[in-house]
Design a protein around this ligand. Structure first.
Ligand SMILES: [Zn+2]
Ligand SMILES: [Zn+2]
Length: 321
């Protein structure tokens, strides 16, 4: 399913099966989860996608070519970071997520809304035992980048989640495992999502504009809504941390300095490192993280994207091949 024009539905096309170049392997895809980033690419909110493009960066499939790291048939996953240069300031300082010359799956390189893809071997990960393909797919972005966001909350005990979609569904399980309490904020009046958050163990649920019952140690903004930044800053205590987890966000309105004062920290999370991926994939089966998925056949991807945009999905939308 190919993105040929920004803002237009993806179209079904027959394309050649991709040939891996040196250092790459080919994957026969079983499942690929849909991410909000795909919507941002589709809507032209990210700069210069290389069209025509096959999006999709939460890929699970079987190795389908010779490889130095894997056996043919191994179940592997491909996340958003597809390559980093290895020699820029960021790569040399353990922050390859900020690489100056990165490649991204389903953005600068064709991704997983297809039957086959190629991927750079060092950026491919074995899927842990016990995860069926479709259940594993959301771990690859919602899980991994969510996990990086949670790490940025440092040793917070009380954490607010603004937006309770795919990433929050996974992260609340990690938070509980780490004995952290989750306060779930949703769109005003979204009682369905609030009930689901409560069921998953949120200590408190409410509308995003409400004050939490007590000041929070940290907050993660999963919703790409800039006006939530001052809201979340007001909800955290002195020294509290607000993390924006999305790749794109609407403009942040100006706010009084006093809500940042008191050494509150406001920071974004960008992409992921391979270390995040490895840590998260070894943690997931220990918890064990359960994923809630809504499956769609490949040719229904436009419906999946629309449902995600309209907030009609509980958990993650996953394309199955
Ligand atoms: Zn993503
Ligand atoms: Zn680099």
């Amino acid at each position: 399913m190919v993105l040929e024009n920004i803002g237009k539905p993806l179209v079904l096309r027959d394309v050649p099966i991709p040939e891996p170049k040196q250092g790459q392997l080919r994957i026969k895809i079983n499942a690929c989860s849909v991410c909000r980033t795909d919507l941002h690419i589709l809507d032209g909110e990210l700069p210069k996608p290389s069209l025509p493009l096959i999006m999709g960066h939460q890929i699970v499939g079987r190795v389908d070519s010779d490889s130095t790291r894997f056996k043919k048939g191994d179940l592997v996953g491909v996340p958003w970071l597809s390559k980093s240069c290895g020699h820029c300031f960021y790569c040399e300082n353990g922050r390859e997520n900020l690489c100056d010359a990165p490649e991204f799956t389903g953005y600068t390189l064709n991704g997983g809304f297809a039957e086959y893809c190629v991927a750079n071997e060092p950026y491919v990960f074995p899927i842990p035992e016990g995860y069926p393909e479709i259940q594993a797919a959301p771990l690859l972005c919602a899980g991994m980048i969510g996990y990086r966001s949670l790490k940025m909350c440092e040793n917070a005990k009380k954490i607010g989640f603004y937006g309770f979609g795919a990433a929050a569904h996974l992260l609340i399980q990690v938070a509980q495992y780490q004995k952290q309490k989750v306060y779930a904020f949703t769109r005003k009046g979204d009682t369905k999502t609030q009930e689901s958050a409560k069921k998953m163990g949120a200590l408190w649920v409410g509308d995003s504009e409400m004050d939490p019952p007590e000041p929070l140690d940290a907050a993660i903004l999963f919703a790409p809504v800039g006006s939530l930044v001052p809201t979340a800053l007001k909800a955290v205590r002195k020294g509290g941390i607000v993390v924006t987890a999305g790749i794109h966000m609407s403009d942040i309105p100006s706010f009084p300095y006093k809500i940042l004062w008191g050494e509150r920290i406001l920071r974004s999370v960008a992409n992921l490192t391979r270390q995040d991926a490895e840590e998260f994939l070894s943690l997931a089966p220990k918890i064990p993280i359960q994923t809630e998925v809504t499956p769609y056949p490949l040719e229904k991807i436009n419906e999946a994207l629309r449902d995600l945009k309209e907030g009609n999905i509980t958990g993650s939308a996953v394309i199955i091949l």
